[in-house]
Design a protein around this ligand. Structure first.
Ligand code: F6R
Length: 259
């Protein structure tokens, strides 16, 4: 696991964009996209590179992590809508190459199986962007999720519903259920790119990176993965015990060694 501490969210966004750009320029890339507020600055930077530097996503495919259950796809806060509004509508990604779990599907168990199969038949995800919940969730794998779970329905904690109420008119409007890639599905991706921004994420980042491997902090499953990059701002890094070591490692990173 490589921990990259940047001074602010703009610098985090540039680092994340550098990593994604590397995959996109190397050939047809399968991108795993997160929604929520954390990756927004990174998506802005990736859009800028498309407009100003000719970065083309025409050969890429994208898979979303999760979707609210019961929201129609055209609802402005469905993740289907959010990813289009915040990122994919502004680049040349083919709309038929953007995939997400169908939270409005009549048979959610069958939809979950279909979604995992569609990721596998695309050859798996090359690089998966992740945010983290204040309770340590990735995707919407809430505490005590099986560390080897596949895509399925989960019930949101009240903490997550309250955290996400800012996107809705009221707390009552936040769905209770989601269809989310499981921790096993997420960790099948070949490279995991976890972003943490702000003081509110400092405890969750510390638990994920330095805490015990435990379902109580679902993001700690990243410790088992062979290729993880954690990109955080100073505030999100503020509870990391080994922060000085991570800075030292980065300062001495050999020029030949990519993220
Ligand atoms: C969203 C997702 C979630 C968010 C997490 C953090 O697709 O999978 O895990 O990344 O809830 O949300 P923000 O970024 O809004 O703080």
């Amino acid at each position: 696991m490589e921990i990259v501490i940047r001074e602010d969210s703009d610098h985090v966004a540039r680092t994340v964009a550098d990593i994604i750009e590397g995959y996109v320029r190397r050939g047809p890339a399968v991108l795993g996209l997160a929604t929520g507020s954390t990756p927004l600055a990174s998506y802005k930077e990736l859009i800028r590179r498309h407009r100003e530097e000719g970065l083309s996503y025409s050969e890429a495919q994208a898979f979303l992590l999760d979707e609210y259950v019961g929201l129609p796809v055209e609802h402005p806060e469905s993740y289907h809508s959010v990813i289009r509004r915040e990122f994919t509508d502004h680049v040349d990604l083919d709309p038929s190459s953007i995939h997400s779990p169908g939270g409005a599907a009549p048979d959610l168990a069958a939809e979950a199986i279909r979604y995992d199969r569609s990721i596998a038949s695309a050859g798996g995800v090359d690089v998966q962007i992740l945010g983290i919940g204040t309770d340590g969730h990735v995707g919407f794998n809430e505490p005590m999720s099986s560390l080897s779970s596949r895509t399925r329905v989960k019930t949101l904690t009240e903490q997550t519903r309250q955290d996400n109420a800012r996107f809705f008119d009221s707390l009552d409007d936040v769905p209770h259920h989601v269809l989310t890639q499981g921790l096993g599905t997420i960790t099948d991706a070949r490279h995991l790119l976890l972003i943490g921004l702000g003081e509110a994420k400092a405890d969750a980042i510390a638990a994920a990176v330095e805490g015990p491997l435990a379902a109580a902090c679902p993001a700690s499953v990243l410790q088992l993965h062979p290729h993880v990059t954690v990109v955080v701002d100073e505030a999100a890094a503020s509870r990391l015990k080994f922060a000085d070591y991570y800075r030292h490692t980065l300062d001495n990173k050999p020029a030949w060694q990519a993220f």
